[in-house]
Design a protein around this ligand. Structure first.
Ligand code: NAI
Length: 255
């Protein structure tokens, strides 16, 4: 069982690894013997995370990455390859931002920044990874979307649209890349308690969210572990193009 979900020795690049879900997943993979690249803008945070992972016996490296700067992506992947000797086998395409505002109040600069990060950024990072994986003949890309990309929710117009776009991009990528050995899936977390989630909760007018989660609790980053290991490992070898909700059942309910 553990071998089936094994990621030992796998080369894994995680974007947005300086906090929240990305940082948690860096710990998950490193603890299971993967060679992990932690990429994000806040390099000092990444360096201290890497030191912690190495102290615990893991293999990790920090790479500065701003997903709104596609001209830097080739250098990011080159640095990863230089360190680990071959290209990325698993990309966790996780960077993201959120604005919680009514549709009519969202400002143009915010809308542009959000799409540049969550959709265009994710698209072009995935493209860079896919080109290299295709040459290598295998790989798994996990696009971190959201249940907000599957169902409508108030105050999330740009965020929800970007995540719906990422879900659909996942399907097209999966279709085009399947024959080249590259699997592409979308992970759709529900309410997972991180900084982003705290910001979301602080702005919420309606406090009934918890009542709409059949399991009656918010998720923790660790609740994503099983789904991520499934999609990353050989256990998921025949799975591509899915949008997998990990949400305590929230997307089942219409109210
Ligand atoms: P977070 O705010 O802790 O993490 C977001 C990460 O993305 C941070 O490391 C941040 O530095 C990075 N990031 C933002 N802009 C970037 C840029 N231009 N270049 C590189 N990195 C950038 O939030 P959380 O919750 O860990 O979010 C991670 C992902 O999970 C996001 O894509 C988010 O949309 C998604 N998600 C989170 C949910 C939740 O309830 N926490 C629910 C559904 C999806």
């Amino acid at each position: 069982m553990s071998e089936l979900f094994g990621v030992e020795g796998k080369r894994v690049l995680i974007t947005g690894a300086s906090s929240g879900i990305g940082l948690h997943l860096a710990h998950l993979f490193a603890a299971r013997g993967a060679k992990v690249g932690l990429a994000a803008r806040r390099i000092e945070r990444l360096e201290s995370a890497v030191a912690e992972l190495r102290d615990a016996g893991g293999e990790a490296m920090a790479i500065a990455l701003d997903v709104t700067r596609p001209e830097t992506f080739a250098a990011v992947f080159d640095a990863f390859e230089a360190r680990y000797g071959a290209t990325v086998e698993v990309l966790v395409n996780n960077s993201g931002i959120i604005y919680i505002k009514r549709f009519i109040d969202q400002e143009r600069a915010e809308v542009e920044r959000l799409f540049d990060t969550n959709l265009k950024g994710a698209f072009l990072v995935a493209q860079e990874a896919a080109r290299r994986m295709r040459s290598a003949g295998s790989g798994s890309i996990i696009n971190v979307a959201s249940t907000a990309g599957l169902r409508a929710g108030g105050l999330l117009a740009s965020y929800a649209a970007s995540k719906a776009g990422l879900v659909h991009l996942t399907r097209v990528m999966a279709l085009e890349l399947a024959a080249r050995g590259v699997r592409v899936n979308a992970l759709c977390p529900g309410n997972i308690e991180t900084d982003m989630h705290a910001a979301f909760r602080a702005e919420q007018i309606d406090d009934g969210v918890l009542k709409r989660i059949p399991m009656r609790r918010f998720g923790q980053p660790g609740d994503l572990d099983g789904a991520v290991l499934l999609l990353a490992s050989d256990a998921g070898r025949y799975i591509t193009g899915v949008a997998l909700p990990v949400d305590g059942g929230q997307t089942l309910s219409w109210m």
